[in-house]
Design a protein around this ligand. Structure first.
Ligand SMILES: [Fe+2]
Ligand SMILES: [Fe+2]
Length: 278
């Protein structure tokens, strides 16, 4: 469109100059007289411009004010002016906007879930570090998994702070400390419990996402979708470990599995440490 207008203007410029030079000079025009005809090139360019504006779905007049923050932002201006410093009340948040109390409570519940998982994995790590268990790879893996869940809690706390919610930490249930199992052995038993926890967490994130959708909170939905993708990958990873451990039995196979999972533990730990910003 710009190219067309520019070329039209360029082509007609000499003709316009000639017309202007030969035309009688108008000093003052009495009211009521017809306006002199515009230069054809300018007329065509103006028409093209007007056609573009008229065809646009968001057309507006050039002299029209389309946004007046001092009028349209009255609600926000009053809310900011009335909010108090150092208050725990949601209405006193400076940043809060379209954040439903049900969403805020759901995020706090999810923080508790992530901490509870972190606590359980820490207990598993402690078990596999025992002198009469001695599976250092699994101890490292569960310690890294614990750190990872803690980083998820931190992500949710960051989200809560960003949206002007208030973090409320809850009491945590004490986890099991012994993971031996006569038929399965300890490694498979702990990994099956880990899989159950990961699947449960996936389900809880789904429920929280439904809450975000219910309140048309696209920012919260987007945030949770990233968490859900990571959680789906976590469920698959632990599922694979359950499958491996079901194949290898309770003896030497577990020792070999332990060596293999030690490498993965360091990757999980470094990602979690980065996410924690530690
Ligand atoms: Fe998690
Ligand atoms: Fe996890």
């Amino acid at each position: 469109m710009f190219v067309l207008r520019a070329s039209l203007m360029r082509a007609a410029a000499p003709a316009c100059r000639a017309l202007t030079a030969s035309a009688p000079k108008l000093t003052a025009r009495p009211l009521g007289l017809a306006t002199p005809r515009p230069c054809p090139a300018r007329y065509m360019a103006t028409q093209a411009q007007q056609t573009t504006v008229t065809n646009s779905p968001s057309s507006y007049r050039e002299d029209e004010i389309i946004f007046n923050p001092m009028v349209e932002g009255q609600e926000q201006i009053e809310q900011v002016a009335q909010a108090s410093m150092n208050s725990g009340k949601p209405e006193d948040s400076f940043a809060r906007l379209n954040y439903h109390p049900e969403s805020e409570a759901g995020v706090n519940e999810q923080i508790a879930h992530e901490y509870t998982m972190s606590y359980a994995y820490h207990a598993m790590s402690s078990y596999f570090s025992r002198d009469n268990v001695a599976l250092p790879g699994l101890a490292s893996f569960f310690r890294a998994a614990s750190l990872e869940e803690r980083s998820h809690a931190q992500m949710l706390m960051n989200f809560q702070a960003t949206r002007g919610g208030r973090v409320r930490l809850a009491a945590l249930a004490a986890p099991e400390m012994d993971y031996n199992h006569l038929e399965k052995g300890d490694a498979l038993h702990a990994m099956e419990l880990a899989l159950a926890l990961e699947k449960l967490n996936f389900q809880m994130l789904f429920e929280l996402h439904k809450t975000a959708e219910k309140h048309e909170d696209s920012n919260m939905s987007d945030f949770l979708e990233d968490m859900l993708s990571e959680q789906a990958e976590g469920v698959k990873e632990v599922s694979d470990y359950v499958a491996h451990l079901r194949r290898v039995g309770k003896g030497l196979g577990v020792v070999l599995f332990d060596e293999k999972i030690a490498q993965r533990a360091s990757e999980v730990a470094s990602t979690a440490v980065t996410a924690l910003g530690a």
